[in-house]
Design a protein around this ligand. Structure first.
Ligand code: DAH
Length: 345
């Protein structure tokens, strides 16, 4: 009798081990049969009454094994079936559903403006020259005809590095002029875009960091007229074919003669009055014929070569082009501001 019961329990164990329920329903049937509240294993524990004492322990252990094996198997089956149903859900893609939009980035207005300026000059043979932002005093000032004690150093409040008198954050991209002239031979025709720094109080109109584009053209017989024609071309490409320019005498240590270029902006509304200070003219850049002292500082023979140079602030151009009223917006990277430039190239 007890042998039969043993066999019966072993048979249940075999059934459990060989069961291969595949669907969710089959797993549920397995659960009801072996793990549920009315499972077939429970009554087996009652059979212990009919087992001789010396076999009771062995029988008890066997039924326990069956119970555990059923529970373990059910747990595994349940996990597998759940994972599978997740997979099938993922595979059930509705091809007719509207797509999720991919958020597109946009170029920063400074980059757009910079690229536009670079494009205009590269079309007439200028090549881009880039150089370091941490510069030494010589390239930023001395080579550019602004030796120590020169009053023009006060025009640009400088960030020096760690109390160094020698290393600084460049105050203008004119330092690239010195870098190029000391490493290349004329003819030189470069455009140097980049970031510059000045120790200035941040306000709506000025910032301690901003961008400039520098231009330099050196060859034999380069004249002031060449410069004027080049800058007129630039202004008309930048602001429209009817743009008028004027050159006002000015002073820069590195150019002689020096000038500032204005473009005619107009006086149509109140904003025009405000940004042109009531004149209709807008200052756009500084320029001039490269001072012979700058040429010889950089190892270029001033008796043979002449050249012109110019420099302009990008933020100012971007603010004009996009009618941005506060320079700080250009550095805060607020996406609500930047999103407005999505359609620009
Ligand atoms: N470096 C000048 C500045 O930072 C701009 C400038 C003026 C550059 C005249 C030039 C130049 O090359 O010829 O304001």
């Amino acid at each position: 009798m007890s042998v039969e019961i043993f066999d019966k329990v072993k048979k249940v164990l075999e059934d459990i081990e060989s069961a291969v329920p595949k669907s969710q329903e089959e797993v549920e049937q397995f659960r009801i049969k072996y793990v549920g509240s009315k499972n077939v294993i429970k009554p087996l524990f009652g059979e212990i009454r009919h087992i001789p004492n010396e076999l009771k322990k062995e029988f008890g252990q066997l039924v326990n094994t069956v119970k555990q094996s059923a529970e373990t198997k059910f747990k595994t089956l349940k996990e597998t079936i759940e994972a599978e149903s997740e997979n099938t859900e993922a595979r059930q893609i509705d091809l007719t559903a509207p797509g999720e939009p991919v958020a597109l980035g946009s170029r920063h207005p400074i980059s757009t403006t910079m690229n536009r300026i670079i494009d205009i000059f590269t079309r007439i043979g200028f090549v881009v020259a880039e150089d370091r932002e941490i510069e030494d005093d010589w390239h930023n000032f001395t080579a550019m005809n602004t030796p120590e004690d020169h009053p023009a150093r006060d025009m640009q409040d400088t960030f020096y590095l760690m109390n160094s008198a020698e290393m600084l954050l460049r105050t203008h991209t004119s330092s690239v002029q010195a870098r190029v002239m000391t490493s290349q031979k004329p003819p030189i025709r470069i455009i140097a875009p980049g970031r510059v720094y000045r120790n200035e109080t941040v306000s709506a109109r000025s910032h301690c960091q901003f961008h400039q584009v520098e231009g330099l053209y050196i060859d034999e017989n380069v004249s002031f007229a060449d410069m004027k024609q080049t800058l007129l071309y630039f202004a008309q490409e930048m602001y429209g074919p009817d743009t008028k320019i004027r050159l006002r005498p000015s002073y820069f240590p590195f150019t002689e003669p020096s000038a500032e270029m204005d473009v005619y902006w107009g006086l149509k509304d109140e904003t025009d009055y405000r940004i042109t200070k009531g004149t209709g003219w807008l200052e756009v850049l500084g320029c001039g014929m490269v001072d012979p002292a700058v040429l010889s500082n950089c190892g270029i023979d001033p008796d043979r070569y002449t050249g012109f140079a110019f420099g302009m602030g990008i933020e100012r151009q971007a603010m004009l082009l996009y009618r941005i009223s506060d320079i700080r917006l250009l550095f805060e990277n607020d996406v609500r501001f930047l999103n407005q430039f999505k359609s620009t190239l």
